[in-house]
Design a protein around this ligand. Structure first.
Ligand SMILES: Cc1cc2nc3c(=O)[nH]c(=O)nc-3n(C[C@H](O)[C@H](O)[C@H](O)COP(=O)(O)OP(=O)(O)OC[C@H]3O[C@@H](n4cnc5c(N)ncnc54)[C@H](O)[C@@H]3O)c2cc1C
Length: 479
């Protein structure tokens, strides 16, 4: 039971800054970024060191107190929102915000869990390096949250997800013991890999306190290109052509249905389409020019060759002529979710299928969903080269936020989309994790073998179920 005496006991471990009970300070952390989940908690625990985290977990373990690890609270699936019953404490890692070291010899940074992604970007740049993972929430998302959700973003095509960038991990396990796995060993075959179990565990197996992360050389020049294409199949053909021509320096390749871009142009001031000719689909391409002598000219020449060769349905193209233009191109892509929020209620599906199946899937699922749910509109945007897009189903025009459309229709539409996705061998969560939003669907759609393994791992680490209850692991009634 969480009472004043217990909070005082935590206060003795963490000092006055380490236990926050003031309602105004707690309230912003009780609701998720999308405003769909609302929790309760009597306090936020905010340790400043790994030893303090360990002392918190020891006491919580002893008293069977549930903890909800939280970084920037940018989870898209309600993963860091405490349960509504108020029987869990938020464990904020935001005070653990030191970059412990940056080594330019090893190309590595050791960061505490609370380091904000953009802070790491800046520190790596100051050291002449780059941390090659970025996403629109970079000003708030923390290393602990990024590790715990195995975050992706716009550079996965070249550099992989967080899983590929974490070389070592330090964590506190649910009984308060410290797992010190920060050493970046390229080879380590001591059986089960705890690092990889903790990556993507969404705070259900322990608390990540620090990570050793891969840095790469900085980009000294980039080509940012907007290409309007006839359809998703043309987009994939374009990606494969560019990869044949430029290899792994094709760092980002985003695809967007025209209506997604249209919402940005309608709702985000100061945006404009980079190409003059309308197109049903758009791609945004980023190529690292650092190793090319003739940089931008090489990309422009390649595009001209490709157009002359024909075969790919390219409608129009524009190459950013300076950094401001490159940023403006990316702003269009990164503002889609914000623009849709301004338009009205939207159901978002962060999905993956095998890359070569994605073009047909995007077209088919949009037609099937709008056919089944008249009045809705549906389309996709995202990371085509990773076989991962965000498929959005929007409420009929004029539906107001707060009208209850999502509550009334969300479950049925989710089942409809997820059934079709699973039938094609896809995943209901490519990037954002499961949290509380997708837990029941994970239970409904997982094989008995997957569910049994998930539950067995959870029980082995956290037999009392104190770590992030209600997240990720389907309830017994859910599958
Ligand atoms: C505008 C926007 C764009 C986004 N774009 C992308 C994208 O392109 N790709 C992508 O992958 N994600 C994206 N996300 C989702 C989000 O940014 C990521 O999930 C991010 O990794 C969460 O980091 P956070 O610090 O905010 O974690 P939180 O939201 O606080 O927590 C996320 C999960 O991790 C757990 N957790 C947090 N810290 C720890 C810790 N130290 N130890 C153990 N568990 C912990 C929480 O309990 C929760 O389950 C986006 C989000 C927003 C709002």
């Amino acid at each position: 039971m969480i009472d004043t005496a217990l909070l005082e006991a935590f206060g003795k471990l963490l000092g006055p800054k380490g236990v926050i009970t003031d309602r105004d300070s707690i309230t912003p952390w009780l609701t998720d970024w999308r405003g769909r989940f609302h929790g309760q908690s009597p306090a936020i625990l905010a340790p400043a060191t790994t030893a303090e985290v360990a002392s918190v977990l020891r006491l919580a373990h002893e008293r069977r107190i549930a903890l909800v690890p939280q970084g920037g609270n940018t989870s898209m699936v309600g993963g860091a929102t405490p349960p509504a019953d108020g029987n869990a404490l938020i464990l904020s890692l935001r005070r653990m915000n030191r970059i412990r070291s940056i080594s330019t010899d090893a190309n590595q940074a050791v960061c505490e869990a609370g380091v904000i992604l953009s802070t790491l970007h800046d520190a790596a740049a100051a050291a002449g390096r780059r941390f090659p993972l970025s996403l629109a929430a970079r000003g708030s998302a923390t290393i602990g949250g990024l590790v715990s959700t195995n975050a992706g973003g716009t550079q996965v095509l070249r550099h992989g997800t967080m899983r590929g960038l974490v070389e070592g991990i330090e964590a506190v396990l649910p009984d308060g013991s410290i797992f010190d796995g920060l050493a970046p060993l390229k080879k380590d075959n001591r059986g089960y890999d705890l690092r990889h179990l903790l990556i993507g565990a969404e705070g259900t197996l322990g608390v990540v306190t620090a990570a050793t992360l891969t840095l790469v050389p900085p980009i000294t020049g980039r080509a940012t290109v907007w290409v309007g294409v006839g359809g998703p199949q043309d987009a994939l053909a374009l990606l494969r052509w560019l990869q044949r021509r430029f290899g792994s320096i094709v760092e980002g390749f985003e695809v967007m249905a025209d209506d997604c871009v249209g919402h940005v142009l309608d709702h985000i001031p100061g945006t404009r389409l980079p190409i003059a000719t309308p197109a049903p689909w758009h791609t945004l391409i980023e190529i690292d020019l650092s190793a090319l002598d003739d940089g931008q000219a090489a990309v422009e020449a390649a595009l001209a060759t490709m157009l002359a060769e024909g075969g790919i349905g390219i409608i129009d193209a524009a190459v950013a002529q300076n950094e401001n233009q490159a940023e403006a191109f990316w702003r269009l892509r990164e503002s889609i979710s914000e623009a849709e929020r301004a338009r009205g209620p939207t159901l978002q599906f962060d999905i993956s299928v095998p890359v070569d199946a994605m073009p047909d899937f995007m077209t088919a699922i949009a037609a099937e969903a709008t056919g089944r749910f008249p009045g809705t509109t549906a389309s996709s945007f995202g990371h085509l080269g990773d076989g991962n897009v965000h498929f959005h189903v929007r409420a009929p025009a004029g539906t107001a936020d707060g009208s209850g459309w999502i509550a009334a229709n969300g479950e049925e539409i989710a089942r409809f989309v997820n059934d079709r996705l699973v039938a094609r061998g896809g995943s209901i969560s490519a990037e954002h994790g499961i949290g509380q939003m997708k837990r029941a669907e994970l239970g409904r759609l997982s094989s008995p073998a997957r569910l049994a393994a998930l539950r067995a791992i959870k029980t082995a680490f956290d037999p009392d179920g104190i770590m992030n209850p209600g997240k990720l692991i389907p309830l017994a009634s859910e599958g």
